[in-house]
Design a protein around this ligand. Structure first.
Ligand code: SF4
Length: 358
């Protein structure tokens, strides 16, 4: 039975350099931090932006996260994509130029469980150069099987690193276990998944504490699994069915400061910004720290093939530009959009001896 926080979560050494950068006083001005972040981004990543798009496979869910439009007590209609529909969605995405897809489901249910997800990954890997998954926690063996089907990455947010808030916000379901959730990224890496995306849902808890805990998590993963790719997302709560209002709203200035601090403190880590954010903010962050963005997102099940009749969303999207418009905006800043950043020849799990390398 786990009952203690992992040592890395309270290790102040793992975030000591981030602390002054998050200070909204005069310690480091936002402008100075932006300049340092821009230089670090250019040095390590050049003038490119890696692009991906989410594909919602199913909105069935067994958990009760208060901030989510797919929580099991919402009155929304439930559906999952069948094999022929998944193929149509993937084809519609491919016709938009998308070559990097993130497949999403809710918590594990009978309607959308592990074998369903494997079939979807298998179908996606036939048409997309890169396939990642944001779904339910799995065992190490399941992650290995998923990698063998062609999944190269998973995204799994802790949502909040505050154990008390976590308990209140996750009302029921498998996701209620805070400590188990903390283990999932490592479980995936031990199963041979090549890259893991983590993040906190900003607005759930005090943002400076969240940023520090997230920074410690990144550092712990980078130190322990140094051959794996680690990425960090900065999602802010958006309007959703259920009407949850953020207890700790995060404004643009703090979010920008957090992104810059992570870029300066962790120059090799991919930083991700989704279409939750408005076009002006996304355009502003491109080149200043963010190296990976979602495009043309539909947060409904079946939203690419039937964009007008697709049902309830998990949350509202803020940047509704199509792929062409978004790429034009990037190029106007002399940033090249990259649709293919991986080749299926590299697929398959990382060998165990490559992963455990403390
Ligand atoms: S956040 Fe995920 S687990 Fe929680 S209710 Fe929404 S879909 Fe389910």
């Amino acid at each position: 039975m786990r009952n203690a926080l992992p040592a890395w979560l309270t290790d102040e050494q793992l975030s000591s350099d981030i602390v002054p950068m998050l200070d909204q006083g005069d310690a480091v001005s936002l402008e100075q931090l932006a300049a340092e972040a821009q230089a670090a981004t250019l040095r390590r990543f050049g003038r490119v932006m890696s692009l991906y798009a989410p594909l919602y496979l199913s909105n069935f869910c067994s958990s009760g996260c208060v901030y989510c439009g797919f929580a099991s007590d919402r009155k929304t209609s439930r559906r999952r994509l069948e094999s022929n529909e998944i193929e149509k969605e993937l084809a519609a995405m491919r016709s938009l130029g998308i070559g990097d897809v993130l497949l999403l489901t809710g918590e594990r249910t009978g309607a959308a469980g592990f074998s369903y997800l494997c079939r979807a990954v298998d179908a996606a890997a036939k048409i997309m150069p890169r396939v990642s998954v944001e779904a339910f926690p799995m065992t190490v063996a399941e992650y290995r099987a998923l990698a063998e089907c062609g999944c190269t990455g998973i995204t799994i947010y802790q949502e909040t690193y505050d154990p008390e808030n976590y308990r209140e916000l996750h009302r029921w379901g498998p996701k209620k276990d805070f400590l188990e959730r903390l283990e999932i990224p490592e479980r995936a890496l031990q199963g041979g998944i090549r890259s893991v995306g983590i993040g906190a849902l900003l607005g759930l808890s005090e943002p400076v504490a969240e940023a520090l805990a997230l920074a410690r998590h990144v550092r712990h993963l980078c130190q322990t699994y140094w051959k794996a790719g680690i990425s960090v997302s900065f999602p802010r709560i958006r309007p959703q069915e259920g009407g949850y209002q953020p207890a700790w709203p995060v404004d643009d200035r703090f979010l920008a400061r957090m992104i810059f601090a992570f870029r300066v403190g962790m120059p090799d880590v991919d930083l991700v910004l989704s279409t939750r954010e408005k076009p002006a903010f996304r355009d502003g962050m491109a080149g200043l720290g963010i190296t990976r963005m979602s495009i043309a997102s539909r947060t409904t099940v079946g939203g690419y093939h039937s964009p007008d009749g697709a049902g309830a969303t998990q949350f509202e999207v803020s940047d509704n530009r199509n792929a062409e418009e978004f790429c034009h905006a990037l190029r106007s800043k002399e940033i090249e959009p990259v649709f293919k950043n991986w080749d299926p020849a590299f697929n398959g799990p990382i060998l165990q001896e490559e992963v455990a390398c403390r």
